[in-house]
Design a protein around this ligand. Sequence first.
Ligand SMILES: C[S@@+](CC[C@H](N)C(=O)[O-])C[C@H]1O[C@@H](n2cnc3c(N)ncnc32)[C@H](O)[C@@H]1O
Length: 314
Amino acid sequence: MANKSHFNSGLKSLNRMNREGRKHSSFVNTQEINETYHFLSIYDSIKLLPKIPDNSVQLILLDPPYNLDLDTWDSFENYLDWAKQWLDQIYRILKPEGNCIIFGGFQYQDLKKGDLLEILHYSRHNTKLRFTNLIIWYYKNGMSAHRYFANRHEEFVWLTKTKKYYFDLDSVRTPYDEKSKVLALKDKRLNPVNVEKGKNPTNVWEIGRLNGNSKERVGHPTQKPLEIIRRLVKSLSYPGSIVLDFFAGSGTTGRVCIEEARNSILIDNDPKLSEYFNKHIKTVDTSLHDNKPKIYFDSGIEKIIQFLTNDIRN
Ligand SMILES: C[S@@+](CC[C@H](N)C(=O)[O-])C[C@H]1O[C@@H](n2cnc3c(N)ncnc32)[C@H](O)[C@@H]1O
């Protein structure tokens, strides 16, 4: 049977729009950003989320606990009963053009604990979120195994609120090497303008996991690599928009938001978030964007709600 991509009418109409100089309905005209705002809140997300206004956030980026007993925050009686409480809030909080990423893995199913399969199944059947992509994070460094194939990937799902979700592919294209570029320019199926911009990075991302002695490390046991978070922040949100991470851990998301001129709201019920985030700040790459970040440590919920409400009004 023919693959669905053989009938990719969406791609054809996008190419036609580009040729005619028209913009897709998800296009956002971004402005120069000189100042960004970052709120850190030590709070239980389950209690805080119902207070966040409707249609207020561009990107929700989540790396939730999976009941793996990795730490004290990682143990639940009934995982899905707990997870439903935050999953049910995502659709309401996202802007119509908003995106949501949930990190996870499928490798733990035998433990009958929580995993990304359960999250995806629940969100497909019980929420209005649209399942847009499954991204495989492939890495070469990992544990060895003898009774099964050693695991070398984790996954994350990309969920959207509507078909008009924001996606800036150009901001994350990967350059062709000289040889493959010559070949790609000869390929009649490829648009030469896009070849010049670089390749679609596809939904398999080869990015190393952080070693114990990695320079990026700030001390959180499950810290995610900057390169992954940056690719997501750049492609699924735009400068000046609002990114929410309510399982913030060390605040990797907020750090990338400072560097990429997005606003961020970071929530974690572990007070160590501030300590980790202070370490992130010390190594922020100011050459990426010279916006002036205003950081509110231990921000009250009222301040966050006021910021979101003002943004909706503007
Ligand atoms: C997997 S870690 C996130 C790591 C993060 N991506 C990073 O790069 O540093 C999950 C975090 O969720 C937090 N957490 C667990 N339950 C929570 C809750 N109910 N409310 C807020 N945070 C919670 C934990 O304290 C932990 O730091």
